[in-house]
Design a protein around this ligand. Structure first.
Ligand code: T46
Length: 138
C-alpha cells in the first residue's frame, strides 16, 4: 500500500438546503456515497467536558462518522502514521476503515456524532490494546 496517501477519507454529502434551512440525505450503494451496507447506527452525544473516547481499532468494522451537530477532533492511526482532523461539517462524513486506531477528543458540548456502521455490535471485533494493534498491522 502507498503509505504517503492520507488516512483521512471524506465522504461529501449533498446539502439540500434552501431558505428554510439544511437537509442532508445519506444514500447507500451509489457512487461517492457510503461504501457499505449499513447494519447499525449509533450516536455519541452529551459527552462530558474533557472526555476522550475510542482508543481502539476494529478488525473488520468499517464506519462513517458524521458530526450532525457541534464538533470533535478525531485521531486516526494506521500503525505507520497518525493524522488529526476536526469533524465539524454536517455535510461531510469521515470514513474509518478497519484496522485503524481511532481516538476522539475535544467534543463540543453540543456535539452529536452520528456513526454508520457496516456490522452489528461485536466486542470480539475490537482491538483495545495499542501494542496488539501494531502487531496486527505490521
Ligand atoms: C468506534 C467509536 C467511533 C454497544 O453495546 N453497542 C454499540 O453499538 C456500541 C457502539 C457500543 N456499545 C456499548 C459498548 C460499551 O459498553 O456501549 C458502551 C460504549 O462503547 P465504547 O466504549 O466502545 O464507545 P467509544 O466511544 O469508545 O467507541 C465507539 C464505538 O464503540 C466504536 O466502534 O469506532 O465509537
Amino acid at each position: 500500500s502507498d503509505r504517503s496517501v492520507s488516512l483521512v477519507k471524506w465522504i461529501d454529502f449533498q446539502s439540500l438546503g434552501d431558505e428554510r434551512g439544511s437537509l442532508v440525505a445519506v444514500e447507500i450503494g451509489k457512487e461517492k456515497a457510503v461504501p457499505f451496507a449499513i447494519r447499525r447506527i449509533y450516536y455519541i452525544y452529551r459527552t462530558e467536558a474533557g472526555v476522550s473516547r475510542g482508543f481502539h481499532a476494529h478488525k473488520a468494522l468499517r464506519q462513517v462518522a458524521i458530526p450532525v451537530a457541534g464538533r470533535c477532533r478525531m485521531v486516526l492511526d494506521d500503525g505507520y502514521s497518525r493524522e488529526d482532523v476536526w469533524l465539524d461539517n454536517p455535510t461531510r462524513g469521515l470514513l474509518i476503515d478497519s484496522m485503524m486506531w481511532r481516538e476522539m477528543h475535544d467534543f463540543s458540548a453540543d456535539c452529536v456524532l452520528l456513526v454508520l456502521a457496516s456490522e452489528h455490535y461485536d466486542e470480539e471485533d475490537y482491538i483495545r490494546d495499542y501494542q496488539r494493534f501494531l502487531a496486527g498491522v505490521k
